[in-house]
Write a protein that binds this ligand. Structure first.
Ligand code: SF4
Ligand code: F3S
Ligand code: FES
Length: 245
């Protein structure tokens, strides 16, 4: 059965904006993105929203719904009471372009700073061999849809704009961990770079990134903490240090 819901949607641009009130029809089975589309169709044709797949796979429709970072296309209206006001705001960590659309270039810049997989010397593509356990370990990280909700949520950049220059965020520290755990990756300095170039030390394991990941990737436990251990081994393991000498 349909009902009328109360929505507050942030409207504005880089120069400022405010929450705008709407009363809008909601039908059974709908998600927040359906309601935003209905607002565009009936009341606010110029409302800006980024989306693509409506299936939780393109990572485009990230926003904050009642203060919680979520995908709009994967947030069912049935999780809210019918008399509850649903507030939709853009991701807070990135600059607003317009309405619900933010400029996520920070993430692309950080992505470019991670050196790509370096194939092992003398082994042609198709000849790579690795243990199933190693395949499975990185498979979890490959589920990432680059929605950047983890990047938006991590307090290191959410509350401290200045840290953006020196901190690549959970998504890209996870990418470094994935490559460092890859038995065939020939790039030698991943652990060192995670510390010096990507700011792994800023992460104090609050796990907020893991909590908001729509792919349920255990970012902190399976990528960031093991990466911290690898960094500790690289810098402080007395036996390794002896070998390095
Ligand atoms: Fe989104 Fe999860 Fe990937 Fe972060 S790790 S960008 S939250 S899918
Ligand atoms: Fe930030 Fe996640 Fe670490 S939220 S502090 S990157 S555990
Ligand atoms: Fe693709 Fe929501 S529209 S993840």
């Amino acid at each position: 059965m349909g009902y009328k819901a109360k929505f507050k949607v942030w409207r504005g641009d880089a120069s400022g904006g405010d929450l705008q009130d709407f009363t809008v029809e909601v039908n059974e089975g709908e998600v927040v993105l359906d309601v935003i589309h209905r607002l565009q169709a009936t009341q606010a044709p110029d409302m800006a929203v980024r989306w693509n797949c409506k299936a939780g796979k393109c990572g485009s429709c990230s926003a904050e719904i009642n203060g919680r970072p979520r995908l709009m296309c994967m947030t069912r209206m049935s999780v809210f009471a019918e008399d509850e006001t649903v507030t939709v705001t853009p991701m807070r960590t990135f600059p607003v372009i317009r309405d619900l659309v933010t400029d996520v270039s920070y993430n692309y810049e950080k992505a470019r700073e991670v050196p790509a997989f370096a194939p092992p010397e003398g082994v042609a593509p198709g000849e790579y061999r690795m243990q199933q356990v190693d395949v499975e370990r990185s498979q979890e990280f490959r589920k990432c849809i680059e929605c950047f909700l983890c990047q938006n949520t991590c307090h290191v950049v959410r509350d401290h704009e200045d840290n953006k220059a020196n901190f690549s965020g959970p998504r890209f520290l996870m990418r470094i961990a994935e490559l460092d755990m890859h038995p065939l990756d020939a790039h030698e300095n991943r652990a060192q770079e995670a510390k010096t170039d990507h700011g792994l030390g800023f992460c104090n394991i609050t796990k907020c990134c893991t909590e908001v990941c729509p792919e349920h990737i255990k970012i902190t436990d399976n990528a960031l903490i093991p990466m911290k251990e690898r960094v500790a081994d690289h810098y402080y393991d007395p036996i390794l240090r002896l070998f390095k000498r």
